[in-house]
Design a protein around this ligand. Structure first.
Ligand code: FE2
Length: 333
């Protein structure tokens, strides 16, 4: 079975093609929208996607040596994400599926991060920590679905550190040589400043740290490098704490880190400590597939298609706030 997947939830328009016997990635094509200043502007990103969509699709098929008729299903990320961006991928997928009379598969973007992570690490039933620009969640499979055991009560970790480095004048760009500007700045700091540390059960909160860090910066009493260092220690330790609690609560034997923020070496070293202490296996998804991509949508679409989960093109609505615990995952049974 061959499935083509389309990703367009935020800053990436990606097309991936996968096959299941044996499971492998045939092709991975994508373009990234990079704002010249500020954060993602959804309408500008969607215009960028529209002008690149057909080229990315065509390049993917040429590289794969396939025609669109060789594909058994069209998978698309219908949410969660930014409305104008989601609509581009959804429109392309609906047109392809209805014109070619191929099954259309409605994929949840968060579930897709987990599934490509399981594919690449070989993990069976992990505790998942999903860290990206827009999401911070602790998930695990239970009773037919990936349940959310913990999450941020306000802003996501990625959004938090992006906002901070932008407000203090370090970004854009947010990442240099694969390392986030917060981590680069923190490397040269070392004096710890007291910042709010908020953990409630398995939930975290970052808005208080953001406010306090920006106030410290504007008052000019502290070095920026020490502010970065303290933010990194407080925020990453909070994540490590809820992950450890999640492992104890769910008794899972594997810890899987997915999402764009998973690339941080400083964060990874904290997860290494936690997994060693709890005696669990640690899997961090390779940065290439930890960030948004079409392959993860294609692979999850393939798992869904095997279980007959499809949608009629006219009913394939986008869902900007579609939570992963709203999705049945029968392949995990
Ligand atoms: Fe993502």
């Amino acid at each position: 079975m061959i499935v083509l997947g389309i990703e367009s939830t935020a800053h990436t328009f990606g097309v991936g093609i996968v096959e299941d016997r044996p499971p492998h990635i045939i092709v991975d094509r994508r373009v990234n929208y990079t704002p010249s200043k500020g954060g993602i502007h959804p309408r500008e990103a969607s215009l960028f996607f529209m002008s690149n969509a057909s080229r990315v699709l065509k390049d993917a098929l040429i590289e794969a040596g396939l025609t669109i008729n060789d594909v058994d299903g069209i998978a698309v990320a219908l949410g969660p994400g930014l409305g104008p961006c989601l609509r581009v991928g959804a429109t392309v997928a609906r047109v392809l599926a209805s014109y070619l009379k191929k099954p259309l598969i409605p994929v949840n973007h968060a579930v897709a991060h987990i599934e490509v992570g399981r594919l690449l690490t070989g993990f069976k039933d992990p505790l998942v920590v999903y860290l990206s620009g827009g999401n911070t969640m602790i998930l695990a499979f239970s009773d037919g679905r990936y349940r959310i055991f913990g999450e941020t009560l306000d802003i996501a970790l990625g959004n938090f550190i992006d906002t901070l480095v932008r407000e203090v004048g370090l970004a854009p760009p947010y990442v240099v040589g694969g390392t986030h500007k917060l981590d680069l700045c923190a490397e040269v700091g070392g004096s710890f400043i007291n910042l709010p540390y908020v953990v409630k059960g398995l939930d975290v909160s970052f808005s208080g740290i953001l406010t306090a860090a920006l106030r410290a910066f504007r008052e000019g009493k502290y070095d920026l490098k020490d502010i970065c260092y303290s933010v990194r220690e407080v925020a990453y330790s909070a994540i490590a704490e809820v992950v450890e609690r999640g492992l104890m609560h769910t008794k899972k034997g594997e810890l899987l880190v997915v999402g764009g923020v998973a690339a941080s070496k400083a964060l990874r070293s904290k997860f290494e400590v936690v997994s060693r202490l709890r005696g669990v296996k640690l899997g961090v998804v390779d940065p290439q597939y930890a960030v948004d991509n079409g392959v993860m949508i294609a692979w999850t679409g393939l798992l869904m298609l095997r279980h007959g989960i499809t949608v009629e093109p006219e009913k394939a609505y986008i869902r900007q706030r579609w939570r992963p615990d709203g999705v049945d995952v029968p392949w995990m049974g």
